[in-house]
Design a protein around this ligand. Sequence first.
Ligand code: ATP
Ligand code: MG
Length: 230
Amino acid sequence: PMPTIHGDISFEQVYFEYEKGRAALKGIDLEVSAGQSIALVGHTGSGKSTIINLIGRFYDITGGRITIDGQDIRDVTLSSLRSQIGIVLQDTFIFSGTIRDNIRFGRLNASDLDVEEAARAVDAHDFIMKLPDGYETEVEERGSALSMGQRQLLSFARALLADPRILILDEATASIDTETELKIQEALKVLLQGRTSFIVAHRLSTIRHADQIVVLDHGEIKEMGTHQEL
Ligand code: ATP
Ligand code: MG
């Protein structure tokens, strides 16, 4: 198994194709130091989701290598690799159960207090306490009774509780009100703290806060740098 990792990630001449002869990534070189956040931007089909899928080894690359702390990710078991990675997808996954269960999500050793601490850290506690039964409120699958912003905050609390070294985030594109937007930005800062993170970024504020911005174009890196540099 993979011991507790530091979180340096590198892509070295990574090539990938979903279908034979149609390259989705063409020679990606990327060095990310532990704790850094990378914003991936680029047109639809440029390869953003593909990059984040490859970190969790949801597909096998066709050339080059991806390493974590210098170790090729093909040399570790999938379960140990994925135990180090937290994934927050665009369409936040809510299952039917209580709010508390949704935050805890399989972390059976997390106490009620741990759950609440995570919720407080991302500023979800107040809205949860306003629900009919607080943390014991039952939500429906897909969380239809919750707003988009609330679902996002719940997914952040869940990720924070899981405490992965590497965080992958496909930012929601849906428009949310300014107040919630600010809350999410603050929560995101807390969540990214001390983790290597890859964010498919849609919001300018997220892009601005990233340590590095990678601009993809047709499966290649077109530009890379800080917000100031680009
Ligand atoms: P978007 O902004 O629309 O999410 P993206 O930058 O995430 O786009 P990718 O999903 O990484 O783009 O797609 C990169 C390329 O790979 C595109 O040409 C896309 O059509 C192709 N592709 C993506 N997923 C698959 C798949 N499951 N099977 C075949 N081709 C795929
Ligand atoms: Mg995508």
